[in-house]
Design a protein around this ligand. Structure first.
Ligand SMILES: C[S@@+](CC[C@H](N)C(=O)[O-])C[C@H]1O[C@@H](n2cnc3c(N)ncnc32)[C@H](O)[C@@H]1O
Length: 290
């Protein structure tokens, strides 16, 4: 079943496998950055199918090493990213105990079991074919909901309107795959429909996006990660405050880079954090939308 469904997803959706495996692999290392039993359980199921698969990505995931030259560092960076998103969610719930979390482009995110405090309400949104896979591993409940929709088809917002609760939207590994107009419309519509909400999103730097649009770099990027031909980065910003300029009422709150936690497991990569351009090649930004 999982096999058929995984074969149906688009190149872009297939990228969800990389953070899932990163969390599972990192969980099983010494002094793990995070512990994610559900990701381990899901990958063990998927491995049964990947063992028979011809896909280069599936084979690399089985070895636990997607990008050869980065070796296991990719798993470390993705685990750090997820831990930071978890912390944003936990901080938000501390301040807003009856607040709602909405995870845009959730893929096979395992955040609900990781941070559930027995009162958490979380909506996971992704394309219908991704939610079909998700339903093999998770049950919807009165606190954990799935929304089967593209994030840019704004009808999905009806599912969470009129709740009179504070909302935190999170977008981990999503915005870089959307076009700038779509990201802009999405943020402005969130602001209009949910005034006072917060958004934590991962963003790419516009210089990286421009570079990867060049044919030779695009091919290299796809080859390095074993991505399909439709995977390209589309959207980037120069500075976390750029998005404030899109409308009055959008406030930059803070930001986080992969190097901010001074994690020993990053090893030589920590050196890159000394250079502003490398530090903010891809990073996480937190906004308030009033
Ligand atoms: C790199 S994965 C990240 C998954 C998850 N957030 C995580 O970190 O494990 C990107 C996800 O975004 C989803 N995605 C891409 N474009 C989307 C869109 N227009 N609407 C909804 N989801 C989208 C893909 O299906 C995929 O699940």
């Amino acid at each position: 079943m999982a096999e058929e469904l995984i074969n149906k997803i688009t190149d872009i959706s297939e990228t969800l496998l990389i953070p899932l495996y990163a969390r599972a692999i990192e969980s099983q290392t010494e002094k793990p950055i995070l512990i994610d039993k559900k990701a381990v359980e899901i990958t063990q199921e998927l491995n049964k199918f990947f063992l028979k698969s011809d896909s280069k990505l599936h084979k690399a995931l089985l070895k636990g090493q997607v990008r050869r030259r980065l070796r296991k560092k990719l798993n470390v960076t993705l685990a750090l990213r997820t831990r930071k998103f978890d912390r944003y969610c936990i901080d938000f719930l501390d301040k807003n105990p009856d607040g709602i979390l909405v995870e845009l482009g959730c893929g096979l995110s395992t955040r609900f079991p990781r941070i559930d405090n027995n009162t958490l309400t979380l909506y996971d949104l992704d394309f219908p074919e991704v939610i079909d896979i998700k339903q093999l591993f998770f049950k919807e409940t009165d606190r954990y909901h799935f929304i089967r929709s593209s994030v840019v088809d704004f009808k999905w917002m009806e599912h969470i309107r009129n709740q009179n609760k504070k909302i935190l939207f999170i977008a981990e590994g999503l915005f870089m795959y959307l076009h700038e107009d779509d990201v802009k419309n999405l943020i402005l519509t969130l602001q209009k429909n949910f005034p006072g909400c917060e958004l934590v999103c991962e963003v790419s730097n516009v210089y990286v996006v421009k570079l990867l649009k060049r044919k030779i770099w695009k091919k290299k990027f796809q080859r390095d990660y074993h991505f399909g031909k439709d995977v390209t980065l589309q959207f980037g910003i120069k500075d976390g405050k750029d998005i404030e300029k899109w409308n009055e009422g959008i406030t930059f709150l803070d930001e986080w880079t992969f190097f901010d936690d001074t994690e020993n497991k990053l090893g030589w990569m920590n050196f890159l954090g000394r250079f502003e351009k490398m530090k903010k090649a891809q990073w996480v930004v937190h906004y308030q939308l009033n």
